[in-house]
Write a protein that binds this ligand. Sequence first.
Ligand code: NIG
Ligand code: FE
Length: 414
Amino acid sequence: MGTLLITNIGTLIGLHGANVRLLKGEEMQQLLSLNNAWILCKDAKIEAYGSMTDFPTRLPNDVQVLSADQGYVFPSWCDSHSHIVFAASREEEFVMKIKGKSYEDIAAAGGGILNSALKMQSATEEDLYEAAAMRLTDMIAQGTGALEIKSGYGLTLETELKMLRVIRRLKESFPIPIKASFLAAHTYPAAYKNNHEGYLEQIIDEMLPAVANEGLADYMDAFCEKGFFSPDETDRLLTAAAKYNLKPKIHANQLSISGGVQVGVKHEALSVDHLEALDQDAVDCLANSNTIATLLPSCSFYLNIPYANARGLIKANVPVAIATDHNPGSTPSGNMNFVVSLACIKLKMLPEEAINAATINGAAAMELSEQVGSITPGKRANFFITRPMPGLAYLPYSFGQSQIKTIILNGKVW
Ligand code: NIG
Ligand code: FE
């Protein structure tokens, strides 16, 4: 598989021990690093790292040596929430928003998720794959080295399966770990607007068995929100998914105090995501659980909705992850560097906290902590090299610009 040695690293970041799955509370400020370092990758994994003053004397013959020229090395971003399989962009809604319409107004008028679902019906698997592969390639170029992708623009058995098969193809053809979440409960299809029972039965009796039968999903998702799926409806869906061992990772408290956090925690959700509308009851509920709070600040930025209370969650010792939510309606961006900047600027997270939220905690929100999320011997060699920077905080400080110079995936230059 080959051996790659990176030398002259200004600072090597994210040196968590192999036993660290995620960080919470004050631990989130701990981001161990090493100045003037080297790192050795072998057989796609991180083999070792050390200080340039203590350089390895015996190296394999076939070793490829690359100088980081004093740049930083960061573990790749772990983006644990995205919807990158979609048929068409929705910039017409972008203009409607500029003119004053809200996300809810547009959705109620048949736009939003239903707009994407309509376009999804006629898209071919091939076209969907090509478009998603292009988005994923852009995200990798921006430092992402692990990703979760959701279905949820199908809303019929066949079309949900089509989306999930596209995700399976992405898993097979890209060199990063990818997890799939089944999100048929994204919105009620127009025909079921007044027949929630009918659609719930379709998801529970037809879609879930088919998805499980093909092994197409790792997680169960639902949009628990006023006007979408109620906590009781979400409860039924999560109960049904548990029979197929699909753990929940759900959309909760995006537009209102929806009860989504409580229903997610009740079902031991791996993560509850969004949380732009969060009361103390929901914070307390999370504090007494093993559920990760995944915050999506570029969604708040784009929709002009409140930012999540990251400080309150960290203070309550809840593990916080951050992710892009890349989708055509509420966050048409897959740039984790921007998410890390927003986490600092708008969520008031320290650079160390934001970087941990975007790496080790993001990995945990995909159950990938053993593989990615830190610079740890034995993990996949997925990381990126930046230009030289005056300090760690320079990365989120220089928002909207990329400091990334080289991407390494599985120990190879990408
Ligand atoms: O996470 N809130 C639900 N789902 C997406 C938006 C989907 C869409 O508008 O297409 C989100 O924001
Ligand atoms: Fe989302």
